[in-house]
Design a protein around this ligand. Sequence first.
Ligand code: S3P
Length: 450
Amino acid sequence: MNSPLPTPTAFSAPCPLQGRVRVPGDKSISHRSLMLSALAVGESVVEGLLEGEDVLATAAAMRAMGADISRNDDGKWRIHGVGVGGLLQPQTALEMGNSGTSTRLLMGLVATHPITTTFTGDASLSKRPMGRVTEPLGLMGAEFTASPGGRLPLMVRGLCPAVPIEYRLPVASAQVKSAILLAALNTPGITRVIEPVPTRDHSERMLTGFGVDLTVEEESNGTRIIAIRGEAELKPQAITVPGDPSSAAFPVVAALLVPGSVVTVENVGLNPTRSGLFTVLKAMGGDIRFVNERVVGGEPVADLVVCHSPLTGIEVPPDIAPSMIDEYPILFVAAALARGRTVMRGLEELRVKESDRIAVMAEGLRAIGATVEELEDGLIVDGTDGDPLGGGATIAARLDHRIAMSFAIAGLVSAAPVLIDDMSPVDTSFPGFAAMLATLKAEVQTTRLV
Ligand code: S3P
């Protein structure tokens, strides 16, 4: 995945950012569209699929388990599914690269099929906790042999028929929720997931779209109870994947921070379980307008018109965290340029993402001159009131695409270059990131390591 000699890269903004860009398809929706299409009987067509490494790992895994998946010249993906219960035993280990979503969701799928599957991943993924998924899937009857600490490489022995469960999520995690819902597809009876804190609901929306009997009850305290009837038959679908709000976050923050900028980011998914960053940036004074609002593939979508704005620090309410969990690294950068203090808490989950995103961002931001205080569950940032950061450091991206992209944007508003040691992890979620910034008139400089 990574070239043997990474190329340190810096980004700068010699003039205001301007123009219209599109970001690639939503990563969460892309994974789910491949998995569910591969379980339907007949041909599904997916348009706008994110062709990043994480999603390609899901495609390869579904192929290894019997689905017929191809990409047409027009960019549409055609998937002939095997039917629920029809997954085949893969001949070799499933190589998941950097992708936690592929791994955890697929563990759910294979847990209730009569097959044995081994998952492997890169150095970052091999450090991430899997116990959160093996615990509920074990209650359904699957057996696991994991590496020390419940990590990858990990072998799953599926059970069929499995046992339906009622499970209350101990962590706010859409991946854990989705793993159980996918396991439930090939399980007799009704499986219930109780979600005290709502997380992204793409699985629920898409399962319903494929014809699965799924209900969601919402209690007055916000707890969601998702009930799914198993032994389901999925009907093939035509799916259009909207642009990923987690990728749109980067040009949006860049436009807010670089003086004089006016940028339109087209076709951005605005599912309320995903759009917390835009709410927070607006509360900080960001001029972000949603135009051309519409529904694409069952998800709300708009074009975002973003103008440079002075930002003011706020206390970000911790309960918004699940709707912007992947956007904190870039919010930390925005906060570093705001007037006053931004307090962000309730973020313990950030410590178990592709890297420990609180520690890595705190260290990198300090290295380029920002004032930050690291908390166990978050970060306090005292901003510069619009003054550029110092820059002049090399950031280790640590196989984390969102760390690399966040510091690329920080470089646009730093006096001296911010070098990112290795931009290659960006291809997991945002192929074309550097080209997108170049379209907006940012400049890219690369230097070879000696
Ligand atoms: C995802 C859920 C989130 C998010 C990840 C994608 C998904 O992870 O961070 O990038 O597609 O379900 P958690 O479930 O660990 O919060």
